[in-house]
Design a protein around this ligand. Sequence first.
Ligand SMILES: Nc1ncnc2c1ncn2[C@@H]1O[C@H](COP(=O)(O)OP(=O)(O)OP(=O)(O)O)[C@@H](O)[C@H]1O
Ligand SMILES: [Mg+2]
Length: 256
Amino acid sequence: MIENKTIVSINNLKKSFGKKQVLKGINLDIKEGESLCIIGTNGSGKSVLLKSILGLLNPNEGTINYPKHGTLKDFLKDVGIQYQDSELPNSYKVREIINLVYGIEKRPTIKEYKENYIVDRDKEVDNSLKFFGLYNYANSKVKILSGGQKQRLNILLSLITKPNILFLDELTTGLDIKAKISLLEYIKEYQVKNNITLVIVSHIAIEIDNLSNRVLHLNDGVIISDEKISDIRKKHKTLDNYLIDKFKPSEVSIDD
Ligand SMILES: Nc1ncnc2c1ncn2[C@@H]1O[C@H](COP(=O)(O)OP(=O)(O)OP(=O)(O)O)[C@@H](O)[C@H]1O
Ligand SMILES: [Mg+2]
């Protein structure tokens, strides 16, 4: 059997903000083709871990390597990202932002220009806008979009360059039920068709169940479990049971 290549290799990663230590020694390898889900309570360090992998935060201690690509820069060329807290430039129009992201990431070659690349690309952007229910907003400024529409645009942007590594930080938060269901199907199909590597942060059973094959529990900056989804299903039957078992509150409080 051919061993899949390691895409990200994290060794003893520690990250603090002032006196507050958020990541307390993370060791983690992510392999090509893997679908990893990170679960954990609010503030446990999930987004900080993702941002560290993506080079947006510098570790205080430890290392993050990208064995398959060699450098962070080359790694990022293959990556699509949907941030939990991204701010879109308000004064831009929806189509302008998409073209900006698309244009920078996938500059066409002369041959592609000759082969109607731009026309194809515009069609593709239109199709994406339609799928994400933003077609009628293509020429609207971002500032008039609703929260859920901004979230849809964020997801569209993470996918428009057809990345083969995808990071999704709380994919369906803020989306209506219909959008949630179609988006899950869309990502699932994209994942299977292109055999991508997927890293998601999620609190939602249906998302974890559909999109991941490995679940990592981050608790207070430490990985406390790292399990295959097939083992979780064997042990707990459903993802809902698993999450309830893991996070069942011991007292009447949403805090630890
Ligand atoms: N730039 C920052 N400066 C200071 N503290 C930060 C910064 N980013 C994150 N933190 C702190 O780090 C901790 C972990 O934050 P993080 O965003 O990783 O949580 P999370 O696990 O993603 O939570 P959630 O489920 O709410 O998204 C929090 O206590 C947060 O306040
Ligand atoms: Mg977060």
